[in-house]
Structures are given as C-alpha cells and as structure tokens.
Design a protein around this ligand. Structure first.
Ligand SMILES: Cc1cc2nc3c(=O)[nH]c(=O)nc-3n(C[C@H](O)[C@H](O)[C@H](O)COP(=O)(O)OP(=O)(O)OC[C@H]3O[C@@H](n4cnc5c(N)ncnc54)[C@H](O)[C@@H]3O)c2cc1C
Ligand code: FES
Length: 342
C-alpha cells in the first residue's frame, strides 16, 4: 500500500511523493530526493514542522512537547519526521521548494483540441507526452509557455487530476499574447510546454456545505473540483453560482447539467450582468447568495475569477459581515507587462 502526499511549498510549488505503508513523510521525501527541513529526525527539535491540510496519519507519542505542543497538534501541525500517513495527505511545508532541492515539474504535450466556446472563451485540451498522468490538486494551476516567446501564462486545470488529457478554459482577452496565439496560430498537433502544478487554491476535505462562486473563465477550477467530487462522491450540498457579463459568455452548462446527474447534492445557478439580458437572474453573484446557500455561515466558500469580480465579492463579505467557516479564493491576475513596476 502506498499513499500520495502532496507537499505544498511556501513558494506555491507542489510536489507529489509516494509514501509506503509505515513510512514517515520525511523518509519518503528524502527517498524521492526532496530534502524537507530536518535536524534531529527524532521528534526533538521541531525543525520539520509543517501543517497537514488533509488526510489521515499517525504521529505516535515519541516526540517532545517542545517540538510540537498539544495545541499545535490540535491545529493540524505535524512533525514530518514522525508523521506516518494512513491515507493520501496534503502537507504545507513552510519553506520554498528550492531550499528543499526540489523544483517545479515540467511536462510537454500536444494540443488535442482548441475551440472557441464563445466570443469570450476558448477551450484548450492537451495530451501529455507518453500518456503521462499529471498529479495536481483540483483547483490548482500550471504555467503554459506561449510558443515563439519567452512568456508564459497561468491557467487553472478544468480537467480532473491524474488524466493524461488536461483541459483549460481560457478567456479571449483582446490583443492578449496567449489569446492571440490560441485564436490565430494554435492548431491540433502543436507542441506546448507546461510547468507546475502550483497554487494554494484547491478543494479541501469536505465536512460541511460548499459554496462555489465563479466569474467568467473562473469556472475552470470548479469543473476540476466537480470532476473529482463526482468521481469520489460527496454527501454535503455543493452549490455553484456562475456569473458572466453577457448571455453568450455562459459556457459549459452542459457539463454542469451532467454534474447534477452524477452528483445528486450538486446544484448551480447562472447569473448575467448585462441589463439588457432576458436571463432570469441578473446582476452579480453576490446578489444571488440566498440564506439557504449560506447555511448560517456553516459553509466553505471558494471564489475564483478576474480581479474586479473577486475584489467585489471580498468587499461584499466584509461589508455584510459574512464570515464562512473557511474561505479560499484565486484571482486571475494578469501578467505584468515586461518592464512594468511591481
Ligand atoms: C493563478 C492564475 C490562474 C489563472 N487561470 C486562468 C484560467 O484558468 N483561465 C483564464 O482565462 N485565465 C486565467 N488566468 C489569467 C491568465 O494567466 C492570463 O492573464 C490571461 O489569459 C491573459 O493572457 P493573455 O496573454 O491572453 O493576455 P496578456 O497579453 O497578458 O494581456 C493583454 C492585455 O490585457 C490585459 N488583461 C489581461 N487579462 C485581462 C482580463 N482578464 N481582463 C481585462 N484585461 C486583461 C492585460 O493587463 C494587458 O494589458 C490565471 C491567472 C492566474 C494568476
Ligand atoms: S527533525 Fe527534529 S523534530 Fe523532526
């Protein structure tokens, strides 16, 4: 029996390692040439401390209180030199990946499909070389190099983790570098280089209702999360509110309908900003967060979209004093133009 451990480093890089039955995370990491921070490897110094975000494990009782206090353990902090997983786990490592002599992964692939879904969005499918199956956490993103340039752009996976065909939902930004490549030059058979996975926006273990708020192509990571939920099953209510500017920017509703069949606890609502629209729900996603989807605050909220939409939702939560049990968000911040100040 072997478990998959996602090590999330401080710089956003994620490395996946296999951990054998009875093996500590620290030993498994070193076996796979990931030098996690350590000193005593005996539960004494606390140097190997991290935070387990997800998964089951045993820490035994051979470590010292000075290395890890009971309060820290209750908060989910772990000593990787003592932690023996009994399921797949996600562990936050509080240092940069480079300090652990590991690097972000690089994969190559071939464009299998590139298609305009609306004037505003493009779907891209990439077959990874040799049928490689890319491990990532649903919600994470990867860098895709823009062919013929030295630039890359970040894109959230819309496909499920571990598939050899990865898909993306990409906004067609006027005069955008990647947008121009995808709409004018990219064809099936083109080669693409990808670097990742990365990011701390990913689906946590589900223990209460979930509310997903998507703006435009910010739907992408939720499609990946829903794929995983549909595959694994989920007892808790999962509600998605998906907002766009215009009627014909609504895409992938067939996939959302299919998720309703595959995942009985899943519901969704679409919202259109355009005042001239005949859509039954108009305005912004925040106008449609009814009490029943907020579960009196006992809800995990995930939010993803372009920066103005994310900022508007954050302000709304702040103004209304909405404090869900947990709140995770991803902003699709544009790349800085070369030479632009930080
Ligand atoms: C973590 C992360 C994940 C992301 N995931 C996705 C994703 O799944 N799908 C997706 O569509 N995008 C995603 N993005 C945004 C994406 O990386 C690019 O910024 C976007 O696709 C534009 O790239 P481009 O090369 O076409 O345009 P660029 O050449 O980068 O930009 C051209 C011009 O348009 C402006 N611009 C760029 N984006 C926007 C915008 N959204 N609205 C208004 N003006 C803009 C730029 O400032 C610039 O002036 C993500 C960004 C981050 C940081
Ligand atoms: S390395 Fe010292 S407590 Fe783990």
């Amino acid at each position: 029996m072997s478990y998959t451990i996602a090590l999330n480093f401080e710089d956003g890089v994620t490395r996946f390692i296999g951990c054998k039955e009875g093996e500590t995370v620290l030993d498994a990491a070193y076996r796979q040439k990931v030098n996690l921070p350590m000193d005593c490897s005996d539960g004494v110094c606390g140097t190997c401390k991290g935070h387990c975000e997800q998964g089951e494990f045993d820490m035994g009782d051979d470590y010292l209180e000075e290395a890890l206090s009971d309060e820290e353990a209750a908060e989910g902090q772990v000593l990787t030199c003592q932690m023996v997983p009994s399921s797949d786990c996600v562990v936050q490592v509080p240092v940069a990946s480079t300090l652990c002599k590991t690097a972000v992964g690089q994969v190559e692939g071939t464009v299998a499909m590139v298609e305009s879904l609306s004037e505003d969005s493009i779907e891209l499918a990439i077959d990874l070389d040799d049928g490689a199956e890319l491990a990532f956490l649903p919600g994470q993103y990867i860098h895709i190099d823009v062919p013929g340039t030295r630039e890359h752009r970040s894109y959230s996976f819309s496909s499920r983790p571990g598939a050899s065909r990865t898909t993306f939902l990409i906004r067609n930004v006027p005069d955008g570098l990647m947008s121009g490549y995808l709409t004018e030059r990219c064809k099936p058979g083109e080669r693409l280089s990808l670097t990742g996975p990365m990011g701390s926006f990913y689906l946590r273990e589900i223990t209460r209702p979930v509310l997903m708020l998507a703006g435009g192509t910010g739907l992408a990571p939720f499609l990946s999360m829903l794929e995983q939920l549909a595959e694994k099953g989920c007892d808790q209510p999962v509600h998605l509110i998906y907002g766009v500017n215009k009627d014909d920017h609504l895409v992938k509703t067939d996939a959302l309908d299919a998720f309703k069949d595959r995942l009985p606890t899943f519901t969704y609502a679409t919202v259109v900003v355009d005042e001239a629209s005949d859509h039954p729900r108009k305005g912004y996603v925040t106008h449609h967060m009814d009490a029943e989807v907020m579960h009196d605050g006992d809800v995990d909220v995930y939010l993803c979209g372009p920066p103005p939409m994310v900022d508007a939702v954050l302000k709304h939560f702040d103004r209304e004093g909405i404090a869900p049990q947990s709140f995770h968000y991803e902003k699709f911040t544009p790349n800085q133009a070369p030479g632009e100040a930080a």
